[in-house]
Design a protein around this ligand. Structure first.
Ligand code: SF4
Length: 460
């Protein structure tokens, strides 16, 4: 019982977070930057921050994640990190030759008050940035927000630094996919292509953090949205922002900069949210929904119908990022399950309202909370007081799952102890079948494990 000291009695807490249901802002900025081709992320702070961010991404994707650091010492911590960043930019372009560097800040450089905008301008003025190379940046103080807001901030930085316009309208749709796996980004591109739609997906980490083993090391893998594609997004018909938290701010920034209208949608996780995504994509591009998609949808509905006896009325606890939890809650209700306890460490006023709207009249005694005190400790206490049949969330949920003997589906970020998420999408109709297969797998495994011998079934 690794969490045996978690008490059932819940007391009001205002100033302490215990086992947060989120991670820090620069990780999100680093992940978003990797979705631009030829981009080297750079952490403006101490080496420890950069090591933590790189190692978390490396452990999640099981691929080496490259990034630079300003390597603050005691001196830079007191007097500021301008000299370090100027030297770092010159060194990175000289030694590693990226097309661009994406700088994000850390708690330390933000507390000092380093003005990254001014430092980057000075680097250009001093001739430290080679001709044709780019530097983009964003602010990611990690004492506010979470990895999701860090992702969002870097998407805004990408739009500010790279969005361009062709001068005349281009018949294409921009899709900001939000914080999803490279497998999901690949699936979004496949869906658009199957509908005959030209789409610019940015950022796009497919073929960057899930690269094939060919025996040849590429510092800058083949994937990522190209600078040439980014130069056209200001002329697109529309932007679809998938996820309020990770994508909307970037889409709004593009609207301000280039007057491209945008629509914010939930991530297409599960049946209903995928329906909305397909319809919105079809409407935005003026293209019909292909027959093949009706069949894809039908297969998901068929699995739901076939297996409903294992799902009906089962209580679920879930934690993670708001953009994922909202459509996931809706999907669980489509499966006739009961999303009972929901926490997200990412702040944001609309989260609780959206969840309550979705679950209205369908989940008695619902517990939902987000922000600093919506942590794994609180989730565990809720589960102790009102046990559940299933837990869904990132790897950190395994402690609760083990102590309380709850079937556990790993979903979200980070997943440090399993593989598959990089390669098999959980968005779209096909992704919905994968998610459902994972849910059914753990529920039926437990049923097999706990069944008395007379009721141990071969066919289920
Ligand atoms: S929370 Fe702040 S100090 Fe800690 S790793 Fe993240 S950026 Fe660095």
């Amino acid at each position: 019982m690794l969490l045996r000291h978690t008490p059932e009695k819940i007391t009001e807490r205002n100033a302490v977070t215990i086992n947060p249901a989120k991670t820090c802002q620069p990780i999100g900025a680093m992940y978003a930057a990797l979705g631009i081709h030829g981009c080297l992320p750079h952490s403006h702070g101490s080496q420890g921050c950069c090591s933590y961010h790189r190692s978390t991404l490396t452990r999640h994707f099981k691929d080496p994640i490259m990034a630079g650091t300003s390597s603050f010492t005691e001196g830079s911590s007191v007097f500021g990190g301008q000299a370090n960043l100027l030297a770092a930019l010159a060194n990175m372009f000289t030694i590693y030759d990226p097309d661009m560097v994406a700088v994000h800040t850390t708690c330390l450089s933000e507390t000092i008050g380093d003005d990254v905008n001014q430092i980057v301008r000075k680097a250009f003025d001093d001739g430290r940035i080679p001709e044709g190379k780019k530097v983009i940046f964003c602010n990611t103080p990690s004492y506010i927000g979470s990895h999701v807001t860090g992702f969002s901030n870097m998407v805004m930085g990408i739009v500010k630094g790279l969005a361009g316009t062709e001068g005349e309208a281009v018949d294409q749709i921009n899709i900001i996919p939000g914080w999803v796996e490279p497998s999901d980004m690949r699936e979004i591109k496949r869906i658009a292509a199957d509908m005959g739609i030209r789409a610019v997906v940015f950022p796009d980490t497919s073929d960057v953090v899930d690269t094939p083993q060919t025996g040849e090391f590429k510092m800058y893998p083949d994937g990522g949205t190209t600078v040439a594609a980014m130069a056209t997004i200001g002329s697109s018909r529309k932007t679809l922002a998938l996820g309020t938290w990770a994508s909307e701010a970037g889409a709004r920034q593009l609207d301000i900069k280039c007057k491209v209208p945008f629509e914010t949608l939930d991530l297409p996780i599960g049946l209903s949210a995928t329906d909305r995504f397909i319809e919105a994509l079809s409407a935005a591009a003026g293209m019909p929904v292909p027959e093949a998609f009706v069949a894809e949808r039908g297969r998901l509905v068929d699995v739901i119908a076939d297996m409903s006896q294992y799902l009906y009325g089962k209580k679920v606890a879930l934690f993670g990022d708001p953009d994922q939890l909202i459509p996931l809650t809706e999907f669980l209700l489509d499966l006739n399950m009961l999303p009972q306890h929901i926490v997200s460490g990412t702040p944001g006023k609309t989260f609780e309202r959206r969840i309550r709207e979705i679950t209205e009249g369908r989940v008695p005694n619902l517990n939902v909370k987000n922000g600093p005190q919506a942590d794994m400790f609180l989730l565990h206490q809720w589960i102790k007081n009102d046990p559940v049949d299933l837990l869904i969330g990132n790897t950190y949920g395994k402690y609760i799952a083990r102590d309380e003997d709850i079937p556990f589906v790993r979903f979200g970020f980070p997943i440090l102890d399993r593989v598959g998420h990089s390669y098999f999408p959980t968005i779209g109709y096909t992704g919905g079948i994968r998610l459902l297969e994972k849910i059914l797998g753990v529920i039926m495994d437990k049923q097999d494990r706990d069944a008395p011998e007379p009721s141990f079934e071969l066919v289920m």
